[in-house]
Design a protein around this ligand. Structure first.
Ligand SMILES: NC(=O)c1ccc[n+]([C@@H]2O[C@H](COP(=O)([O-])OP(=O)(O)OC[C@H]3O[C@@H](n4cnc5c(N)ncnc54)[C@H](OP(=O)(O)O)[C@@H]3O)[C@@H](O)[C@H]2O)c1
Length: 313
């Protein structure tokens, strides 16, 4: 089978389209013929940190058809359409086939395309768990999304509207139209407005991208508000580790999110997509041989939604 394999031994280190052996499912695994895979910051961050997949094949969020099942696999049958996040299972999505435990995959309905299904897993679960599980979102809550226009942000915006919140989206001017079309109540252009000058207070702040002072964020919370750290600059992440316990003294809370795998959450988001209540936004599409270009685009940090590699055009 063909796969985009990254090797540090390439000069310069690079991904190359390579012929490798098709994997065989063992135990509770299934073999998935991949139709589409979407990229995430987790792909390039693990590559930068040197903790990428052993196989050298990146790409965690996949959608495809089950082509074979392992001896103990009970959940899916050959021909079933599935999708899921393989980041805890050694990635492997930038390839024609991948094996994964059936327990981390969910069913893809016929009405949702493979590329839309591949765009869902990591970004939407991050948004959902940030808003619902850590943020405790309720109708009428005022939610500030910093980094509203990327993969996680556009799901967070639509999910916050679904939960009945008032949403203020922070993005650059080129994304104003997109976030407005997806339901943002207020839009703040971060290139012109300083966050610290905002007069409003928020029940929930999702810090999805950017690099802002934690003291600024704390000031923007209502007295029992919660700040959820999701992503952005590494320096902000380090400050959070040291300062958030201190800044969480009192009723205002500051918490980091570490997205958990959950097939229940995948099914929850997929149902909303099926019902047309939310939709994956795909910024760019690439073919498998163009995956390195897709990787560079995501790494640049300005995607307006998800970036998908269609393994089957
Ligand atoms: N904690 C977890 O478990 C977890 C899970 C998943 C992802 N993450 C993290 O979440 C972050 C976002 O992921 P993603 O997939 O949404 O990334 P992404 O799609 O690459 O985000 C790109 C978007 O961020 C916007 N942006 C860039 N700088 C900004 C700034 N200073 N202020 C506001 N918006 C800004 C860009 O808009 P412009 O180009 O217009 O600026 C672009 O639309 C990443 O850091 C990722 O590592 C964490």
């Amino acid at each position: 089978m063909k796969a985009m394999v990254y090797s540090k031994r390439n000069a310069p280190p690079a991904m190359r389209l390579t012929d490798i052996e098709k994997p065989v499912p063992t135990a509770d695994q299934v073999l998935v013929k991949i139709h589409s895979v979407s990229l995430n910051a987790a792909d390039y961050r693990s590559m930068q940190m040197g903790i990428g997949p052993k196989s050298g094949i990146f790409g965690a969020d996949i959608a495809g058809l089950v082509e074979a099942v392992g001896p103990d696999a009970k959940k899916f049958r050959v021909g079933d359409a599935v999708f899921g996040d393989l980041s805890i299972s050694n990635f492997g999505g930038l390839a024609e086939y991948v094996t994964a435990s059936e327990n981390i995959l969910a069913s893809k309905p016929d009405s949702v395309s493979f590329e839309n299904a591949a765009a869902i897993p990591m970004a939407s679960l991050t948004a959902l768990q940030g808003l619902r599980d850590i943020g405790g979102i309720k109708p009428g809550h005022r939610v500030l999304l910093v980094g509203a226009s990327g993969g996680v942000g556009l799901f967070a915006l639509q999910l916050a509207k679904y939960f009945g919140a008032h949403v203020t989206a922070v993005c650059s001017p080129r994304n104003t139209e997109t976030v407005t079309a997806l339901g943002a109540d207020d839009v703040i252009d971060y290139t012109r407005t300083k966050l610290r000058s905002l007069p409003e207070k928020f029940d929930i702040i999702l810090a999805i991208n950017g690099n802002y002072s934690l003291f600024t964020y704390r000031k923007l919370l209502v007295p029992d508000g919660i700040w959820v750290g999701i992503g952005g600059a590494i320096s902000q992440f380090i400050r959070v580790l040291f300062l958030s316990p201190l800044l969480s003294i009192g009723k205002r809370k500051m918490r980091m999110l570490f997205t958990k795998q959950s097939t229940e959450d995948l099914a929850f988001v997929m149902k909303l997509v099926e019902e047309g209540r939310i939709r994956p936004v795909i910024d760019r599409r690439y073919s498998l041989p163009e995956a390195a270009e897709a990787f560079d685009y995501v790494k640049a940090g300005h995607a307006g939604g998800k970036v998908v590699v269609n393994v089957i055009p």
